[in-house]
Design a protein around this ligand. Structure first.
Ligand code: PMP
Length: 392
């Protein structure tokens, strides 16, 4: 066998040839939407800290106090001695916030998806998913051993056909992102739940980008669509609008009880730290008490999107603070992202495997902390670079 380093370097070279090689950009600091990289300040459009809660004084205070009281680590998994009182306080307040009987907290959102999917689906079951679902959903499906069927993005006709031809499976699971993380559009959940009822399927919605952002009181995609949580399993994360870290599943009591007993992504990992739990508890309180962050987020989102449209950019079907500029070609996508970087604007180019080939885009996440000046600077840079590259 060839030396492993040689084989790995060949693989890396192939990625470079295809323009798919990635490197990590190290930030000296990131404060709200401003970061310092290589000694230069950038306006950041890549953070999911939509409400700016990650730097909120109350979040920091809760987190620091919990560390002082309880230490930095939990020392074991949830089922051993890792379930602190703080975890239960968080799970109870989340259940109330989400309007569900019970919730369970995981160390990350990625693990929450792995845990719930592998606990509900296995050999003999079918999982039917939107083509643009997040990677953690796809990985959960693959790990589950269930049959995987994929419908084109938001294609309800195709979803129905797949359900109709899946009646011989023991259990049918439909899983969809609530807000699609690379397109910024919203799933047609009313239609999906209607079909689920007709074909006796279970629905899981990934509300990672909806929680804290969508709905009058920030409760997420169901509130936004005026839907009840009954019968829908909700997954989400504390890592985005909630400014912390960790994932959760919210639903009926028997489901959560089963997950505590069966979800390997819950059982075989160390429990979240006190500082993270305390920050997550504080974030739910803040979302309820300080709606001004969400109001500002939506004001900024509409200003930024309208400006892009005026300039002639294609923002796809985005209706949320995730605003892609569609380019298509991967090289051009990276050129736009890199030239914006030269102008002090950090907006990542998104290319395969995150999106399909030919669907490259530069993705902007708007937050409540962007100022008018930040948004204007980004528009000006986009106008200059967009014209230079010939996109507008
Ligand atoms: N689902 C979606 C739609 C996401 O965008 C993400 C984060 N990128 C996750 C799940 C995973 O969440 P976490 O970052 O908390 O692991």
């Amino acid at each position: 066998m060839k030396d492993l380093d040689v084989i790995l370097n060949e693989e890396i070279e192939r990625l470079k040839e295809k323009g798919l090689y990635r490197t990590l950009r190290v930030m000296e600091y990131i404060r709200g939407p401003v970061a310092r990289i290589d000694g230069k300040e950038f306006i950041i459009f890549s953070s999911n800290d939509y409400l700016g809660l990650a730097g909120h004084p109350e979040m920091i205070k809760s987190s620091v106090e919990a560390t002082k009281r309880f230490g930095t680590g939990t020392g074991s998994s949830r089922l051993l001695s890792g379930t602190m009182e703080l975890t239960r306080i968080l799970e109870n307040s989340l259940a109330e916030f989400k309007g569900c009987e019970e919730t369970i907290v995981f160390s990350t959102g990625y693990m929450a998806n792995l845990g719930v999917i592998t606990s509900l689906a296995g050999r003999g079951d079918v999982v039917i998913i939107d083509k643009l679902n997040h990677a953690s959903i796809i990985d959960g499906c693959k790990l589950s051993g269930a049959r995987l069927r994929i419908y084109p993005h938001k294609d309800m006709g195709r979803l129905e056909a797949l359900l109709a031809s899946s009646m011989n499976f023991r259990r049918r699971l439909i899983i969809t992102d609530g807000v699609f993380s690379m397109d910024g559009d919203i799933a047609p959940l009313e239609e999906i739940t209607g079909l689920a009822e007709k074909y006796e399927a279970v629905v899981i919605v990934d509300d990672a980008h909806g929680t804290g952002v969508l709905g009058k009181t920030g409760r997420g995609v169901l509130e936004h669509l005026g839907m009840k949580s009954d019968g829908i399993i909700q997954m989400g994360t504390f890592s985005k609008a909630l400014g912390s870290l960790g994932g959760y599943i919210a639903g009926h009591y028997p489901l959560i009880d089963l997950l505590r007993n069966k979800a390997r992504a819950f059982i075989y990992t160390t429990a979240p730290t006190p500082s993270i739990l305390a920050a997550s508890i504080a974030s739910i309180e803040l979302i309820e008490r300080e709606p001004e962050h969400r109001n500002q987020l939506w004001k900024n989102t509409e200003t930024f999107r309208a400006g892009l449209k005026d300039l002639g950019f294609n923002t796809m079907e985005s209706t949320t603070p995730i605003i892609p500029i569609f380019i298509g070609d991967e090289e051009k996508t990276m050129r736009l992202s890199n030239e914006l970087y030269e102008e002090g604007i950090y907006a990542p180019g998104i290319r395969p495997p995150t999106v399909p080939h030919g669907m490259g885009r530069v993705r902007f996440s708007v937050t409540a902390l962007h100022t008018e000046e930040h948004l204007q600077k980004a528009h000006e840079a986009l106008k200059k670079v967009g014209r230079r590259i010939g996109i507008i």
